[in-house]
Design a protein around this ligand. Structure first.
Ligand SMILES: Nc1ncnc2c1ncn2[C@@H]1O[C@H](COP(=O)(O)OP(=O)(O)OP(=O)(O)O)[C@@H](O)[C@H]1O
Ligand SMILES: [Mg+2]
Length: 250
């Protein structure tokens, strides 16, 4: 489904990705961990075609389509989605209007306000979002947890083929983490959405049936494994992967 082959990428003159490869199939949930500033968010931006990240080598393919040269909008139309680590506020953009336009454009529909309300109903309940909140401006004055729930709502409306969730669990309280995990599971099962979930914490993973955990170090995937990898990381830190890998290569 989504293939990342030997990705090398730069921001300005700094090389961030140095040969990263990853294969994610339909409906699979993959976890990406790694120290601050290592390039996890950069990878998400690169997949979505952000202009400040330059792919210098390698390729990104969604099924058989090579994404290089495609704009962010074209990638979104093909079924890619990125939930930002720090979503931007757009004062003046009313959420209810924004979501309806987004939904209609993406699915090529023309739902009226009342028709769209029906589409939203079940999703708002699942995410425990108060309908009143839809009258506010996008992310304007939202708490950290509220922003992340709205990222999930957009995801559920767009039903992408592949989604990067960048620290969707940061700033989200314990109950909401469970809700977020339920939505991810629901999407992976019903829409067959594949996920790459960037996180620093084990908690969310306890509620998910993750396919694989990957650790990113020095611009590439240094180690992949199951949930037991997270337990080792929590105990030993990232040095454990570095030391372990050195032992393997010697
Ligand atoms: N727009 C930018 N201009 C210059 N440098 C950037 C830009 N975006 C990211 N970087 C740099 O690229 C490197 C990777 O950043 P990135 O945000 O991908 O890290 P991360 O792994 O997501 O970290 P965190 O866990 O803290 O979110 C960092 O050194 C960062 O300062
Ligand atoms: Mg980040």
């Amino acid at each position: 489904m989504l293939s990342l082959n030997n990705l090398h990428a730069m921001i300005e003159k700094k090389e961030i990705l140095k040969g990263l490869s990853l294969e994610i199939n339909e409906g699979e949930i993959h976890i990406l961990m790694g120290p601050n500033g290592i390039g996890k968010s950069t990878l998400g931006h690169l997949i979505m075609g952000a202009s400040h990240v330059h792919l210098t080598q390698g390729e990104i393919k969604l099924n058989e389509t090579n994404l290089s040269g495609l704009s962010t909008a074209e990638r979104a139309r093909l079924g890619l989605y990125l939930a930002f680590q720090s979503p931007v506020a757009v004062p003046g953009l009313r959420i209810s209007e924004y979501l309806r336009n987004l939904y209609n454009m993406h699915h090529n529909k023309q739902l009226s306000v009342s028709e769209f309300r029906k589409v939203l109903k079940e999703k708002l309940e699942l995410l425990q979002i108060d309908r009143q909140a839809l009258q506010r401006y996008l992310n304007d004055g939202f708490s950290g947890g509220e922003m992340k729930r709205f990222e999930m709502l957009q995801l559920m409306l767009l039903e992408p083929k592949f989604a990067v969730l960048d620290e969707i669990d940061s700033g989200v309280d314990m109950d909401a983490q469970k809700i977020v995990a339920q939505c991810i599971t629901y999407m992976s099962k019903t829409s067959k959405t594949a996920f790459l979930i960037v996180t620093h914490y084990q908690r969310l993973l306890n509620f998910l049936d993750a396919h694989k955990v990957h650790v990113m170090l020095d611009g590439r995937i240094a180690k992949s494994g199951g949930l037991e990898l997270v337990t080792s990381l929590e105990k030993e830190g990232y040095h454990w992967v570095k030391d372990h890998n050195t032992e393997v290569t010697l």
